[in-house]
Design a protein around this ligand. Structure first.
Ligand SMILES: Nc1ncnc2c1ncn2[C@@H]1O[C@H](COP(=O)(O)OP(=O)(O)OP(=O)(O)O)[C@@H](O)[C@H]1O
Ligand SMILES: [Mg+2]
Length: 322
């Protein structure tokens, strides 16, 4: 269902002039919020009825839940400093906050791994960084400026999202990768460079029509690992300053796993990254690990520091992380 929505959005792109970046964001958001009804109040009927019933996708993307950029300052550049100052978030209809008094100052280029039990608030933190939801208390600063005062559309040009399940649409490899760019006419060299960095060029070149091979509906003609690497290429081509990663939980075969991990390592380098991590290798590679519990920060530190502390993080190693 959500995959169809992503694909349908793509087909509306030309008609409504929504940028592909917006579509990638929205699709990613839809997949990270599979259980959500509240935040997507404006979108829920769209998802259930199909997009035919909507007058314009632009309208959807500008729904108050998603956008309120009237009179806000555009962001022309971003170093990638992200600071949470006592951020709280309460979903509509929810009795208790999903995120509470969350404070964290992230330097440009730093990788933050979010770990914690199911329902701890990890995905909510990601949605806050993307700006899909706004803090209900506290402040979120981008390069020192309150996000609420910024035009988030311009901010999102600097953001890439790699969701757990990558959204590919029934087009060519080239289209699927270039679609991460706001400038839809990515030249072949740019697409190939992104594929190379994503460890995907080799398999793409072996496909019957190379870059022009149709991937099938939802990328059905590709393996899980190949789909993920295309999603990484799509994220790379945007050359983001801020990267949002929701690491896939599904198991890949060992070789695919290694290729994906290597591509991810390349993707996060030099970019401010928030990753909901399940694999110990990803977690260990992070600059700092934030252990969340019941919406709050419980522990922060490197893997070694947290292991030495012998607290919640150590307990999580017992099973919750993987
Ligand atoms: N759209 C929503 N409406 C109401 N409550 C929500 C919504 N999305 C999440 N929640 C609640 O907010 C809390 C935090 O959820 P969140 O999805 O951020 O957790 P998580 O750490 O990502 O969990 P998981 O590991 O299962 O993905 C949970 O109690 C969850 O039930
Ligand atoms: Mg989650």
């Amino acid at each position: 269902m959500l995959f169809l929505t992503g694909a349908a959005l793509v087909s509306y792109y030309g008609v409504w002039g929504v940028s592909p970046g917006d579509v990638v964001m929205l699709s990613a958001f839809l997949t990270t919020l599979t259980n959500s009804t509240t935040t997507l109040a404006g979108l829920a009927p769209v998802i259930t009825k199909g997009l035919e019933s909507v007058r314009s996708v632009g309208e959807v993307l500008q729904a108050p839940e998603l956008e309120d950029n009237e009179g806000k300052a555009p962001l022309d550049s971003l170093r990638g400093a992200v600071e949470f100052q006592g951020v709280g978030y309460v979903y509509e209809d929810a009795g208790r906050p999903a995120v509470r008094d969350f404070s964290l100052s992230v330097a440009p280029g730093e990788t933050i791994a979010l770990v914690g039990a199911s329902g701890a608030g990890k995905s909510t933190v990601l949605s806050l960084v993307i700006g899909f939801i706004r803090p209900t208390s506290g402040r979120l600063l981008l390069d020192g400026t309150d996000m609420n005062t910024l035009d988030l559309r311009t901010y999102r040009r600097f953001v890439s999202v790699v969701p757990q399940e990558s959204i590919l649409f029934d087009g060519t490899v080239r289209e699927n990768v270039a679609y991460g760019m706001d400038d839809a006419d990515a030249d072949e060299g740019t697409v190939r460079a992104a594929l190379r960095d994503a460890n995907a060029l080799e398999f793409v070149d072996r496909l019957p029509h190379g870059l022009d091979t149709l991937v099938g509906e939802h990328g059905a003609r590709l393996s899980g690992g190949q789909r993920q690497r295309l999603a990484i290429a799509r994220a790379l081509i945007r050359n983001p300053r801020v990267l949002i990663l929701d690491e896939a939980t599904s198991a890949l075969d060992t070789q695919s796993e290694a290729l994906v991990q290597q591509a991810l390592a390349r993707l996060v380098r030099g970019r401010t990254t928030f990753v909901v991590a399940h694999r110990l290798s990803t977690i260990r590679g992070a600059d700092r690990i934030v252990v969340m519990g019941d919406g709050a920060v419980r522990e922060i530190g490197s893997h070694e520091e947290l292991m030495r502390r012998g607290g919640m993080y150590t307990a999580l190693q017992g099973g919750q992380l993987a």
